[in-house]
Design a protein around this ligand. Sequence first.
Ligand code: PAF
Length: 282
Amino acid sequence: MKVIKTIQGLRRELQALWQKGERIGFVPTMGYFHQGHVSLMARSVRENDITVVSLFVNPVQFGPTEDLSRYPRDLRRDCAMAKAAGVAVIFIPSVKEMYPQELSTWVSVNALSEGLCGASRPGHFKGVATVVAKLLNIVQPDTMYLGAKDAQQAMVIKKMVCDLNFPARVVVCPTVRERDGLAMSSRNMYLKPDERIAAKALSGALFAAKKDILSGERNALKIISKIKKLILEETGASIEYVSCVSATDLKPVRRIKADVLIALAVRFPSARLIDNQLVILR
Ligand code: PAF
């Protein structure tokens, strides 16, 4: 596996592959890999001639009071995991390489970025969309792989790819979970042992809600208050949001008549966690 730190170096490496029309799979990441990342890499390796992974903790998607400076990092372990997954190239640019001067050009995906996490993290999705647009221009992949745990992010990026005619396919892969149901996330390492045990309540409440909807419950407010009750009973965490939104435009729904995403963000003293369930009505 090649470790490349500059845009020019990566372009030099990919040039021949672009010319030969090799299929390039791309997994954008912020590192500190877990099995969720590995599943994206493995799928890309299966479906493409070569896989490029980017590892860049993107400062412009963090708010001023967020965890940029303490975001977990372990380059050596990450490289070993990517290599074992069959990744051909890992691109690890510095902040200076990605943002050599102050940006004047930003990508904002309106509407989809506004609710859910966008409400409490203003500017977050603008930072995500901007860096992913830059990475797509740098890597020029055929297919980009994203995780369903970040459902709103995946929808924002898909919309950007469509609106700006990036010639890449976006594949959203299932959330990978711990044995007790907790969605894998690099930020889970912040959790204290008691918080980690309690955190299984998030997925438990979401799975129960999905079951209720599939059994015929159509009142979104009932679903939301049951999720909130379960989480408050089983964790000492504060709930940032629990929402039931349309799976196509992320607008809140009251009566469930079509596919919905049930999404939540919960703040434990040591970490903010998100999770979701897509409910496809049969
Ligand atoms: O999901 C992430 O790790 C990041 O938001 C992404 C897509 C790599 C952009 O920095």
